[in-house]
Every structure is written in C-alpha cells, then in structure tokens.
Ligand binder design. Structure first.
Ligand code: G3D
Ligand code: MG
Length: 175
C-alpha cells in the first residue's frame, strides 16, 4: 500500500487532492515517492499536463500549470470537489520564481471554498543556490491567504521533508 494511502486509511470520508505547480517542479516525482516510498526517475510525457490517480477513498489530480491561460476554466472540474491543494515549487530555479508566484496566486484566487487546505512544497531542497523560504512566504503573500496553509522544504530525491509535509496535510483532513 502506498505511504499516502496508509496515512489516509483511517479516514471515513473520501478525499480529493490536487497536486499542482509549474512543469518540472517535481510533482510526478513526489507522487511516485508517495506511492513507492523512494525516488523514481520520471519520464516527461509530452503534451500531457494532467494525470489522475484513483485509490480507494482517495483521488489525486496532478496538473502542470505552466502556460495555462484560463485558470478559472481549468479549475472548474476540480474546484468544488478538491479538499486540498499541494502546490509544488522548484526552489532551486530562480529563473522561474515569478512565473511560479503568478500561477500560485491565480490558483489560490480561483478557489471558491475557504475550507480548502493548502500545502506549499519547496522541492529540490537537495540542490545548491536555493531561494530562501522567507522570500516565498513574503512574495507569495502567504499570510494573506484565507485558507489553512503550511510550507515545507522537501526533496523528492532524498525523501527529506516528504513525510512531515504530507503528515501535516493529512492531519488537517482529520480535524
Ligand atoms: P513535474 O511532474 O512537476 O513536471 P517531475 O516534474 O516530477 O517530472 O520532475 C522533473 C525533474 O526534476 C526530474 O528530473 C526529476 O527527477 C527532478 N526532481 C524532482 N524532484 C526533485 C528533487 O527533490 N531534487 C532533485 N535534485 N531533482 C528532482 P529529470 O532529470 O528526469 O528531468
Ligand atoms: Mg509531471
């Protein structure tokens, strides 16, 4: 059984979560880590920016948001049924910081439900020249979010932080 499913196992209700962020942030790698408990090489699938994983009691939608012009349209299919959002950022890529910030704001602005739980993952923390966590908190304006949120450093390569991040996330569903 996957690590994530085992965290969710004791829940009585179903959960839909959405993992999103720019392409190359590490979303698929994190998903595979949650499924298998270790790092797996991913093969980029050209032209596909969405995958869905159906597990008993748990559905996970994964979106690559780069280049998405109409966020409201795209969110229509998941907006009402998504209980939680995981927004993944490659914190080693300063070149795409502003793009990540833009899609983060579009994504959270498009949320209608203030009960949604938002987990921000600063991935690739094993790499050098990382953007400071406080910069994300300030520039993503996290303290103004109307949602319950938390931010974690992770590496889907070493596994650092993955457990703590998803433990927090799943615990929030239990409240
Ligand atoms: P995406 O699903 O968000 O588009 P992927 O991103 O999961 O496909 O990952 C994109 C690339 O980043 C992959 O490398 C993957 O191995 C790498 N990656 C993901 N997470 C981490 C991490 O925490 N640390 C490091 N160092 N690399 C990571 P390739 O080389 O296959 O493009
Ligand atoms: Mg992917």
């Amino acid at each position: 059984m996957s690590f994530l499913l085992s965290l969710f196992k004791s829940r009585t209700r179903n959960a839909d979560i959405t993992i999103c962020g720019l392409d190359d942030a590490g979303k698929t790698t994190i998903l595979r880590f949650l499924e298998t408990g270790h790092f797996n090489e991913t093969t980029p699938t050209m032209g596909v920016n969405r995958e869905t994983l159906h597990l008993p009691g748990l559905q996970i939608n994964v979106f690559d948001l780069a280049g998405q012009e109409d966020f409201r349209n795209m969110w229509h299919s998941v907006n009402e049924k998504s209980d939680g959002i995981v927004f993944v950022v490659d914190r080693s890529n300063a070149m795409r910081f502003n793009e990540a910030k833009y899609v983060f704001q579009q994504t959270t602005n498009a949320q209608l439900d203030n009960d949604v739980i938002v987990l921000i993952i600063l991935n690739k923390s094993d790499l050098p020249d990382l953007i400071d966590k406080s910069q994300f908190i300030n520039e993503f304006d996290l303290h103004s979010l109307p949602f319950k949120w938390a931010i974690f450093d992770t590496s889907a390569k070493t596994g650092e932080g993955i457990f703590d991040a998803f433990k927090w996330f799943v615990d929030e569903f239990m409240r």
